[in-house]
Design a binder for this molecule. Structure first.
Ligand code: COS
Length: 386
């Protein structure tokens, strides 16, 4: 069902105002303090941002994917750490429950996720299983009406604040690869679960990633999502959606950087005129605009197809690859257009340059997106569909 256009426009406008009036003035402070002020978190809760992808029946806004992407473009127009506060609740932390949870599981956790009172994280990556997600080794061995988890997860976003985790673990240690994996909701206070200290990172200060360890951690069998052996597919379905969302956030950053480049170029003079009048500067800005526009169109097309019920695995990977790679190029050009000022902290451009780098890595590297795109094309070709 398409989201009401008037409500959608109002929501997008509200988020745009929130970002420009409340978040942008705090970007430098957040980078220094490595913390999002509680007042901002509270406002994000009040705006309903934690629950944009949760069904109305559980207290969320139940946005369709197109509207979610429009909101994500706006959230991308500031330091991505602001979005990250609610990012896992909107995306990878909640969507296993939304897409595959039982009514009882949804009733138990989704209202808290939607309000932001519960923070949800997604625990797939391990030290030896990143791109090769099907190679994960965390075990979940059945013991009566519980599963006992042992193993470790790495670089888990919002783990230090999380109240619950969607954990992918191997329930069948004799079956290697994707088939032996199951998904569980594991609550933070479960004995045997521990969270490491936040990692020091290149960028996105204010957003945190930590190790999560399981040491004989007993999880009720009722917390399993979908069936035994279904965990890899759960994770991949969650990522299909997450990748569209991330590409929209990256494209929001691209658009912000283009506005920064244009405004600076209109003011900054060299060779007796604003640098906007120099054609080599124009070329960098024009290339950036064409790429950001292409990314926006691609993302919205994929989102609309998903809303129409199409499988968008390939389109989501195209959007993730193109949108995040374009953002990397645009952040690099922004430093170039700003010149020395682009390298100096006060102007904020170097911060975006650092923040942008992770977009090409998390929720599947560019190389993984290439593999998925090629795999989907090969499958379609084999079926005679091309
Ligand atoms: N939706 C639903 N099911 C999917 C799926 C999707 N998008 N992608 C794959 N599957 C299913 C397949 O259909 C297959 O099921 P069957 O055996 O019943 O046919 C199963 O999952 C295994 O698929 P496949 O053989 O393609 O898995 P691979 O081990 O070859 O892995 C890649 C595929 C590399 C694409 C996958 O491991 C991946 O996406 N890796 C990156 C993970 C990632 O993004 N990590 C970032 C950290 S998470 S923030």
């Amino acid at each position: 069902m398409a989201f009401d256009a008037e409500i959608r426009d109002q929501l997008v406008e509200t988020v745009r105002r929130f970002v420009s009036e409340k978040c942008r003035p705090l970007e430098g402070q957040v980078d220094q303090d490595d913390e999002i002020p509680q007042g901002i978190v509270d406002e994000m809760k009040a705006l309903g941002l934690f629950g944009i992808a949760v069904p109305e029946a559980y207290g969320g806004l139940e946005l369709d994917m197109e509207t979610e992407c429009l909101v994500a473009f706006e959230l991308g127009r500031t330091s991505p750490a602001f979005r990250s506060v609610a990012g896992t609740n909107i995306g990878i932390g909640s969507q296993a429950l939304v897409l595959f949870g039982t009514d009882a599981q949804k009733e138990k956790w989704l209202p808290g996720i939607a309000s932001g009172d519960l923070i949800a994280s997604f625990a797939l990556t391990e030290p030896e299983a990143g791109s090769d997600a099907g190679g994960l080794t965390t075990k979940a061995i059945k013991d009566g009406d519980h599963y006992v988890l042992n193993g470790g997860k790495r670089y888990i976003t919002n783990a230090n604040k999380a109240d619950l985790f969607t954990v992918m673990a191997r329930t069948d240690p004799d079956t290697p690869g994707a088939k032996g994996v199951s998904a569980f909701i594991v609550e933070r206070n479960t004995p045997g679960l521990s969270v490491g200290p936040p990692e020091k990172k290149m960028g996105q200060q204010g957003a945190h990633i930590c190790d999560v360890n399981f040491d004989d951690c007993r999880v009720p069998a009722a917390n399993m999502i979908a069936g035994e052996g279904e965990g890899f597919k759960v994770a991949m379905s969650v990522l299909d959606k997450g990748r569209l969302h991330i590409s929209a956030v990256a494209t929001g950053m691209s658009e912000r950087l283009i506005s920064e480049m244009v405004n600076y170029s209109l003011e900054r003079k060299q060779f007796g005129k604003p640098i906007m009048q120099h054609q080599l500067i124009q070329a960098m800005i024009a290339d950036s605009q064409a790429e950001a526009y292409a990314a926006r169109c691609m993302i919205l097309d994929a989102a609309r197809r998903r809303d129409a019920g199409e499988n968008v695995t390939m389109e989501a990977s195209c959007a993730k690859m193109f949108g995040t790679e374009a953002c990397g190029r645009i952040a690099d050009r922004a430093v170039q257009v700003f010149g020395g000022a682009g390298y100096v902290t006060d102007y904020g451009i170097e911060r975006f340059f650092r923040d942008a780098r992770i977009f090409r890595l998390y929720e599947g590297t560019t190389q993984i997106q290439q593999i998925i795109i090629a795999r989907e094309l090969a499958r379609a070709g084999e079926k005679g569909l091309l």
